[in-house]
Design a protein around this ligand. Structure first.
Ligand code: TXA
Ligand code: MG
Length: 355
């Protein structure tokens, strides 16, 4: 149990050259069973010693996370995977060589060394080596594998800055390492390698095309078909929960970009006529198109990475603005856009209009 109102240390570190004394303190807290949030190249993670069941359980309490949603174990080397997984298929070896450290999480069979609450009763284990000097130094210093979900209150947008973490978890965790904004802005790709054909459970920075180029055909989990709103049971427990929930209902409009702008303008007028306060989540080049609404931009049309990097921050910026409905421009779901589209569709919770 993590009591609220506990003192949370806040350390600012240089992303490329973190102060070893700070990393030593944070590593010690982790090793002794405490919770430390740290930057990764995707989003901020909330770390606990993955060998300590009590510490791992306190992650679920601090986040308000359902106990059946397993955690990713973060390691600082490829060799560690051979210690903690039960079996490492050749395809996993090739993918790790190509994409690690980086935004790719591999689901392998569990070797039985990691504490039980991490995998939430599943026979598999999620492993990832983050591409961030602060994360890697921290894991090495802790000297243990680090279980870490995104460092947000469950259901809220993942944190891409230390300040987002502070807003959600201050007083519930032991420390926050501030290494500046995360690079990618969306969480890692989750790839299940426990069967014959790899299955993408969650799209992320490493695209299906990237994976196919290394290991051949991949499948998409059921939760990613029919725009993330398919019935049926996703293989990744996390995909069944409402996620990235903004402070007001979000309507996602997808399709040809000119048509999307036109439809959002029409909807905005309708809601404004009803006396509602309207927010629009758009690309920066389109901000001037919308009047009488609070238009918040995330990235540009020509740069998918900029949309990914700014999306969660933009969702959080609608909070405490009084906005009662958010109309969001969809993105082209090719390449990295698939990960962004998936987050937007889940934020919309099924409220999707196609034009
Ligand atoms: O980029 C990321 O992956 C970030 C950073 C901190 O590393 N972490 C992250 O963790 O996004 P989290 O807990 O927010 O999402 C982990 C996802 C969940 O959807 C969970 O259900 C799934 O991975 N997962 C974990 N272990 C699994 C397993 N054994 N089988 C299937 N899905 C698993
Ligand atoms: Mg999460």
């Amino acid at each position: 149990m993590v009591p609220e109102g506990k003192e949370t240390f806040f350390w600012q570190v240089d992303k490329n050259c973190p102060d070893p004394e700070i990393i030593r303190q944070a590593g010690l807290i982790l090793r002794r069973g405490g919770l430390v949030a740290f930057p990764t190249e995707t989003v901020y993670g909330l770390g606990a010693n993955a060998l300590d069941g009590r510490a791992v359980k306190s992650i679920f309490t601090a986040k308000g996370r359902p106990r059946d949603n397993p955690l990713i174990v973060h390691v600082a080397s490829i060799e560690d995977v051979y210690s903690y997984a039960g079996f490492v298929p050749q395809k996993a070896g090739r993918l790790m060589e190509k994409f690690w450290p980086g935004p790719l999480t591999l689901i392998l069979s569990d070797g039985g060394k990691i504490s039980e609450p991490v995998s939430a009763g599943l026979p598999s284990l999620a492993l990832r080596m983050p591409d961030h000097p602060v994360a890697l130094d921290l894991i090495k210093e802790a000297g243990v594998p680090v279980a870490a979900p995104s460092a947000n209150i469950s259901g809220r947008p993942s944190p891409t800055t230390a300040n987002h973490v502070r807003m959600d978890l201050q007083g519930r965790i032991d420390g926050i390492l501030d290494g500046g904004p995360s690079g990618w802005g969306v969480e890692s790709t989750v790839l299940d390698l426990t069967g014959e054909i790899p299955v993408i459970l969650r799209p992320g920075g490493i695209t299906p095309e990237d994976i196919i180029a290394v290991v051949g055909p991949v499948e998409m989990d059921i939760s990613l078909k029919k725009n993330g709103c398919a019935p049926g049971r996703p293989r990744s427990p996390g995909m069944k929960y409402r996620h990235y929930a903004p402070s007001a209902p979000l309507v996602l409009v997808e399709g040809d970009s000119l048509e999307v702008v036109r439809e959002i303008k029409r909807l905005a007028r309708e809601y404004l006529d009803q006396g509602k306060i309207v927010g629009v989540l758009c690309r920066s080049g389109n901000q001037g198109q919308y009047s009488g609404v609070l238009a918040i931009a995330a990235g540009t049309v020509s740069d998918q990475a900029s949309v990914a990097a700014q999306l969660f921050d933009a969702l959080r910026r609608f909070e405490n603005t009084g906005v009662e409905i958010i109309l969001a421009e969809g993105v082209d779901d090719r390449g990295l856009g698939l990960a962004v589209a998936n987050r937007l569709r889940r934020a919309a919770g099924g409220n999707i209009i196609r034009v």
